[in-house]
Design a protein around this ligand. Structure first.
Ligand code: ADP
Ligand code: MG
Ligand code: ZN
Length: 617
């Protein structure tokens, strides 16, 4: 499998020529004879002469071996042949009968011609076609940068300012920026560092969830740095042919060494840097493994003091091969986290500069509503707001556009054409008010800002939005319990009013279970297990795969505790709704009529005639 490593890409060309030649032979042997075999009837010489005498023969070709002649009967021309005889009078006979005469080329010239037409021309055509195709392939694979691109590795080289992206375009992420600035500074003036005896790490790894601006940061580094910047994505190393990825790595580092000091950026490094499994020699991941090995070799090989710094980005650091992370390779980690409230506001403002915005837009408020959104989500929010403004025929985006677009990004498009039956709509209204009421009647839970029963494409039939007054980093046990109670409030309202349950609570159930489980297995919030972790969470950025670390008996107990916890909160929610059933009816009716109500409207109705309320116990 691997002998061809040295000449990547040659094999398909040979293969191609082989197919072409076989095709030519097939054409010649099967098709050409079929064409010339157009029904020629054999006759004897006597018949031929009789026909000439009778004046039937129209034209004749006299060759050394055969005479071909044609006769026309009823407007139809038929072809005949006969063996040539030693007949000196033939020409004068034919002439007397008025037959058109033609000579026939000798065998040798006709053979030459057949060879030329049948083999040489097609081969020429195939070769030229092949050349053209392979040229096209090469250029589409390699060189979209003309002089800037090089050799086999299609890393793009950015020199200063060629990306046009600066650190000022990246909002928030101050810690990451600071660490990167240090690296850039080192490359500008290595002496300052070497005088003290400090040496820069060879590699730094940008780590964070998707959409937090890792690629953007790297591009900003390219914009800020006054040294060459090589950028390549991990997926570009993964090639069709074994060995090509490794060749690319070799090539990339050769270039980098020549251009030092410089920065090499490998985006999405997890595509090649995944843990190597010990599955053995048969795996289809040969190529990836070889590429990774080559990368490791190159990183060890080059001289750190020369000034080549390798940056890489990934959103799954724990799936990386440990060899990549050991000292001397990517030993510095630069965390790029989801933005906090202030960061979100800054990101919104950075992107809002690109569109026209009304003066009175309150970005702080929008940032607050976009809890958990990444930089990419926020960029999307701004764009959606601009699109909505255009749709509504406005010249600039307003606060309302932003608010709507947050819901679009977070909960999917409003789907106006999906109609619920009135009974369904009523159930959804009670369900959502159930959530909102339970939330509102507990202290320590985020205020309700909006309730809607307009279906979204995301599949949610309704949706209650709760927004915290301020950012929370710590949640108390009580807050988590209240959250579970609010989540069960929807189902509780259905039970209370309609004495039945629907499928509409599946998402609530999922979330409530998740919280309850985490409380017990990870946050140590139960009496039984004290501060013992029963779950390990790996891959925290991509949803979090968790693995249980406890015995089977403990798992059973854990499951039972989770059920108990949710049931208690569910009962609490039902109790709250029973005590406030008048308000439940009132607000649900209002919501049913209006489809969407704001937090203020909700609070107005709730506080109109104060009822006796129950606080949590
Ligand atoms: P990642 O590589 O971390 O998955 P990207 O760098 O590709 O994320 O970010 C996607 C887009 O999100 C960027 O092009 C930018 O528009 C926006 N974005 C993300 N983070 C920020 C930020 N901190 N400041 C400004 N824009 C950001
Ligand atoms: Mg990226
Ligand atoms: Zn619900």
């Amino acid at each position: 499998m691997k002998q061809d490593n040295k000449k990547p890409g040659k094999r398909p060309m040979y293969f191609y020529y082989l197919i072409a030649i076989v095709a030519i032979f097939l054409i010649n042997f099967l098709l050409l004879p079929a064409i010339s075999r157009r029904s020629i009837e054999e006759t004897d010489y006597t018949t031929f002469l009789q026909n000439v005498e009778a004046g039937n023969v129209e034209a004749a070709q006299v060759g050394d071996e055969y005479i071909y002649y044609t006769m026309t009967e009823d407007g139809q021309t038929s072809y005949y042949e006969t063996l040539t005889m030693d007949d000196p009078d033939l020409v004068s006979r034919l002439y007397a009968a008025g037959v058109k005469m033609e000579g026939v080329e000798t065998e040798s010239t006709s053979l030459l011609w057949t060879l030329f037409a049948g083999y040489v021309i097609p081969i020429l055509i195939f070769v030229l076609l092949g050349r053209w195709l392979s040229n096209r392939m090469m250029s589409s694979m390699g060189g979209n940068g003309g002089a800037m691109s090089f050799g086999k590795s299609n890393a793009k080289v950015y020199v200063k300012s060629s990306t046009g992206i600066k650190f000022s375009d990246v909002a928030g992420e101050d810690e990451a920026k600071e660490l990167l600035t240090e690296i850039i500074d080192y490359l500008h003036d290595p002496q300052k560092y070497t005088e003290i005896g400090a040496s820069m790490p060879k590699g730094a790894l940008l780590v964070g969830p998707p959409g937090t601006g890792k690629t953007l940061l790297a591009k900003a580094v390219a914009g800020e740095a006054e040294v060459p910047f090589f950028s390549i994505s991990g997926s570009e190393f993964v090639e069709m042919f074994v060995g090509m990825g490794a060749a690319k790595v070799r090539d990339l580092f050769k270039q980098a060494n020549e251009k030092a000091p410089c920065i090499v950026f490998i985006d999405e490094i997890d595509t090649i840097g995944k843990k190597r499994d010990s599955a053995g020699f048969t795996g289809g991941n040969d190529e990836r493994e070889q590429t990774l090995n080559q990368l490791l070799t190159e990183m060890d090989g080059f001289d750190g003091s020369k000034g080549v710094v390798i940056l890489a980005a990934t959103n799954r650091p724990d799936s990386l091969d440990p060899a990549l992370l050991r000292p001397g390779r990517f030993d510095r980690r630069i965390p790029v986290d989801l933005p906090d409230l202030q960061g979100r506001e800054e990101i919104l403002k950075v992107h809002a500069k690109k569109i026209r915005v009304a003066d009175n837009v309150r970005f702080g408020e929008i940032a607050r509503a976009a809890v958990g959104a990444s930089g990419a989500d926020l960029a999307n929010v701004v764009n959606e707001a601009a699109l909505r403004a255009v749709r509504e025929g406005r010249k600039f985006a307003t606060q309302e556009d932003f608010q709507e677009s947050i819901e679009v990004v977070i909960a999917g498009y409003q789907k106006k054409n999906r109609v619920l039956s009135s009974k369904e709509k009523l159930i959804v209204a009670y369900h959502e008010v159930g959530h909102a009421l339970v939330a509102a009647k507990q202290t320590n839970s985020a205020p309700v800002t909006k309730i809607t029963i307009i279906p979204r494409t995301s599949g949610a039939l309704g949706y209650t939005m709760q927004v915290d007054d301020e950012e929370h980093f710590l949640m108390s046990k009580e807050e988590l319990e209240n959250k579970i109670a609010s989540l069960t409030g929807g189902r509780a309202a259905e039970e209370l009013i309609f004495h039945t349950v629907t499928t509409g609570a599946s998402n609530d159930i999922e979330q409530a279970t998740k919280i309850a489980r985490a409380m017990i297995s990870r946050y140590g919030m139960s009496d039984e297990f004290d501060m013992v972790a029963m779950e390990n969470v790996t891959n925290q950025y991509l949803g979090g795969d968790s693995s249980l670390t406890c015995s089977f008996e403990t798992q059973t107990l854990l499951d039972r505790k989770v059920v108990e916890l949710v049931r208690t909160q569910h009962e609490k929610a039902r109790k709250i709704l029973e005590d406030n059933v008048g308000k439940l009816h009132e607000i649900a009716k209002y919501l049913y009529d209006h489809e969407t109500i704001s937090g203020e409207e909700f609070m107005d109705i709730l506080c109109k005639t104060p009822e006796l309320t129950v606080s949590e116990t």
